[in-house]
Design a protein around this ligand. Structure first.
Ligand SMILES: C[S@@+](CC[C@H](N)C(=O)[O-])C[C@H]1O[C@@H](n2cnc3c(N)ncnc32)[C@H](O)[C@@H]1O
Length: 193
């Protein structure tokens, strides 16, 4: 029930917007509308990701988008007043911030970009504040399974975080250039209080 509101048990998505069941989930579904939250969007490239980030900015949240790759939507986001940092998440100073929500859609740490799951996860998890959540969507069942195992069995991670892995139809995952056949996976790591 990580994605559910602790008071009502309803999903945050349903609280924020009636009738959203069945539509593609997005980062803003996991950000509480009740308080100003610190949100980090990792690896955003697409127009819809920046539109979602800007929605959160307009709602008053503190939003940072980070990616070493700067795309036209990133430049438009910055022109619109958003904070886009051209860097890798590992380069974000630890002292600078602890995030309530970290969102990431379809990282592809494979081939020459391969990053071992623990290294990959710790770069995100170490930047979560108490109760903070890292919400990751992926098409890669193997990487999703490795990350879930890390959350379940790595002593250091397991002590500090709860992990939930769900599969969902591609129509309920954020849009993606990856082939639409098949299932997407959503991982949520939540820092224990
Ligand atoms: C496969 S693309 C996915 C892009 C987009 N989120 C999507 O869903 O289509 C992965 C993105 O993550 C970015 N990226 C890779 N390593 C990163 C890191 N360490 N920190 C931040 N962004 C990173 C890449 O530059 C790339 O834009």
């Amino acid at each position: 029930m990580i994605a559910a509101d602790p008071e009502t048990g309803r999903s945050i998505c349903r609280q924020r917007e009636r009738g959203c069941a069945g539509r593609a989930q997005r980062c803003s579904d996991f950000v509480s509308p009740r308080a100003t939250q610190a949100v980090l969007y990792v690896g955003a490239e697409r127009v819809d990701e920046f539109a979602d980030a800007m929605r959160l900015v307009r709602e008053g949240h503190d939003v940072v988008v980070i990616n070493p790759r700067e795309t036209a939507p990133a430049r438009a986001f910055r022109r619109g007043g958003g904070t886009f940092v051209r860097a890798r998440v590992e380069q974000l100073p630890m002292a600078c911030c602890r995030f309530d929500v970290i969102c990431e859609n379809y990282p592809y740490p494979s081939g020459q970009h391969y990053v071992p799951p623990r290294t990959f996860a710790m770069a995100r998890l170490s930047r979560l504040g108490p109760g903070g959540r890292w919400v990751l969507f992926t098409e890669a069942v193997r990487y999703a399974t490795l990350l879930k195992a890390l959350g379940d069995y790595d002593e250091g991670v397991q002590r500090s975080f709860r992990v939930e892995l769900s599969s969902l139809p591609h129509t309920e995952a954020p849009p993606s250039a990856y082939p639409s056949a098949g299932t997407r996976f959503r991982l949520i790591f939540e820092r224990r209080l």
